[in-house]
Each structure stands twice: as C-alpha cells, then as structure tokens.
Design a binder for this molecule. Structure first.
Ligand SMILES: *Cc1c(COP(=O)(O)O)cnc(C)c1O
Length: 359
C-alpha cells in the first residue's frame, strides 16, 4: 500500500497535517464559529429561484468578472466603495490565497501576530512563503508601537492583521492598522471575517482604504451571513490590487450557482444578518457567566469566546462532548474556544460548564 510518505510530494510539505477541525454530528456544535441560525426559509426560496434562473445558461461559462456580485458587495459594505474595488472567491480563504499568490510566493515572507488564524501559516506554506509569527502580549492585544517595531524588524512582504482576531476574539484599534500600513513596505491585509459581531462596528479598516493603496480588507459571508456552506468570501482594496488578483485566479473561479446564491442573499442582507445581534448577546452572556464561574474568558468582538482558566482543556473538551457539546481546543494552554450559539445552546453550554467546575 502506498502511503503519503512514499509519494514524491514537495519536500516542504512532508510531515505537515492538513487543516482539520473535527466534523461531528452532535446536538450542540460550537467549534468552528459558524452562525448558529439557519438561512431563513423565505430567503432560501429566493436563492433557489435565482439559481433556477441561472441554470439554463449553465452550458456557458459564468461571468468571469462577477460584475453583479461585485456591485452587491460594494453596496453592502458602503463607505463609498466602487465595484472595481471588490474581489471575491470561494470563501475568504481562497481570497487570502489569491493575495499570497499575487504578492507572496517563494523568497517572500508573511508576518502575523500569534496566536491568530491557523490557516495563515498553511496558506503561506502552500505558496512557498516564509511564515513569520510574532507573539502578541499576554492579553493578546496589539499596540501601534509593537506592530511598527515588528514590521521594521522583519521587513515582511505581506502582513495579515486579523481583527477581531481568531482564536482570541481581540479587536485591534484603527491606530494599530494605520501604524502597520505606514510602516509596511508591502501589502497589509486586515482579515475582518468577524467584523459584523464587533461591539463598535464603525471601527473597520474600510475607513482607511482611501489613504493606503496597499491596504486590503477581507470579509466573508460564512459567519455573520450564515452562509458557510456556500463558500463566498470577498475583499475591498484599490482597483490596482484587484487587477493583480486577476492574474492568479483560475478562470471562471466563481460558479454561476455561487454567484446567483450570493447575489440573492445580498438582496436579503437584513434578514441574513438579523440574528447577529442575538449572537452578540449570547457571546456577552458567555463572557459574563463564565467569569461568574471563576473562569477567565477574554474580551471578544467576534461570535466566539476564548476561555482561559481551564485546568485540563483536553478533559474539559471530552466532558463537554460527552454531554453533546462540541467546542474547540486550539492548543493554547489552559483554554478552550467556544462559539456563541442560540440562547438554548448557550444555556446548555453554561449548565455543562457549571457542572464541570463543580458549581
Ligand atoms: C472563518 C474565518 C475566515 C473565513 O473563512 P471562509 O473561507 O470565508 O469560510 C477567514 N478568516 C478567519 C480569521 C476566520 O476565522
């Protein structure tokens, strides 16, 4: 039997493990920061009709420039953005990959501040880039000085700033992003996958795009939009950046079905986003109630909470799973990461945590 080790794969891929959060069929799934709410039925019907309208033309390749969808994202984001400033892909992970294919690659480096999104080093690896992890302060915050200092020291080609940050929930100030954009010689991308869940949604890097042509802001429909299963992510930047990304995308990378689904969903932004406020409340409830139990949840501007003060995260993970609740052990000592669910799911989670802590 041939195994991976016997294959002539690239030397730099040998011994690596793929991204793989467990996909288990349990009653309460709070492990990958999905939106706990299903797509509203009326919206689902409209999406199906939009897809149905596109299907007879499926003998033709889809709109390579996805013009309608780009106009939809520009309108949704606001801030005076124009369609030529928008890019999209099959999930924002693909958008990030496009960015590294165009602006990274062999001999170049990607810098980010850890702990952060576990896909960044894998995406860098995939395009043969050097990964430069710079540790955050103990409370996971970033200051303009720390960010400027790291960029001056390492002189990276690309900087990824995740805000709010996964897996810590930490939002970074616009002053930090400005410091990065001013210090960096190359590209600075702010990954705003969780922007809609922030306490102060006006603090978005979109407001800085006019001033910094090498600043990019990525978003996704996977989290706030409850659209993880469809795979749509997008980015706003200077039109020249979008031209660069066209050089590396595969032809017709967004299928007609994906485009139709996203266009229809954007028509219903308000309904798609209607549960975001409820999820923010449950997020705050997790922080408050776990603090009362004597645990140390970190402040969060996303739809999940990193909880510290857990003596044995592996045992706690298993004990929760035994009660039908799946959370995430991201490998940070003494912590588990928990996604905010519906009020009922959150109640189940909090009751289980109370039992685990002997209360
Ligand atoms: C979930 C997530 C994404 C989005 O991934 P998609 O490919 O759009 O589903 C991007 N960045 C971060 C930090 C995330 O947590």
């Amino acid at each position: 039997m041939t195994s991976l080790d016997d294959l002539p794969i690239r030397d730099d891929l040998r011994g690596l493990t793929p991204y793989g959060a467990p996909q288990l069929e349990v009653p309460v799934r709070l492990n990958v920061n999905e939106n706990a709410y299903r797509v509203p039925e009326a919206v689902a019907l409209d999406i199906v009709q939009e897809i149905a309208r596109s299907l007879p033309d499926a003998n033709r390749y889809p709109d390579r420039e996805f013009d309608t969808l780009r106009a939809g994202f520009a309108a949704y984001l606001g801030h005076g953005l124009q369609p030529e400033q928008i890019w999209a892909g099959n999930g924002s992970n693909e958008v990030l990959q496009h960015v590294l294919q165009a602006f990274g690659g062999p001999g170049r480096s990607l810098l980010s501040f850890t702990p952060t999104y576990s896909m960044y080093p894998l995406l860098a690896q995939g395009v043969g880039m050097r990964w430069v992890p710079v540790p955050r302060a103990a409370d996971f915050t970033l200051t303009p000085d720390a960010v400027r200092g790291a960029i001056v020291e390492h002189d990276p080609d690309v900087v990824f700033l995740c805000s709010p940050n996964n897996p810590t929930g930490t939002a970074i100030g616009l002053d930090v992003i400005e410091a990065a954009a001013e210090a960096a010689r190359g590209i600075v991308l702010v990954d705003e996958a969780y922007a809609e869940f922030a306490h102060d949604r006006s603090q978005t890097a979109l407001t800085l795009l006019d001033r910094f042509p090498r600043l990019l802001v990525s978003r996704t429909m996977s989290k706030a939009f409850a659209f993880a299963g469809i795979r749509v992510g997008y980015l706003a930047a200077h039109p020249a950046v979008v031209d660069a990304l066209r050089l590396v995308r595969l032809p017709y990378h967004l299928s007609a079905i994906t485009q139709a689904a996203a266009i229809a969903a954007l028509r219903h932004s308000d309904e798609m986003l209607s549960r975001v406020d409820s999820l923010r409340e449950q997020r705050d409830r997790i922080v408050d109630e776990l603090t009362a139990l004597g645990l140390q949840p970190y402040p969060s501007d996303s739809n999940f909470v990193l909880v510290g003060g857990i003596d044995d995260p592996k045992a706690a993970f298993q004990a929760l799973l035994d009660r039908g609740i799946l959370v995430r052990d991201v490998g940070l000592p003494g912590t588990l990461r928990i996604t905010a669910g519906t009020p009922g799911e959150t109640t189940a989670l909090l009751a289980a945590m109370a039992a685990l802590t002997g209360q």
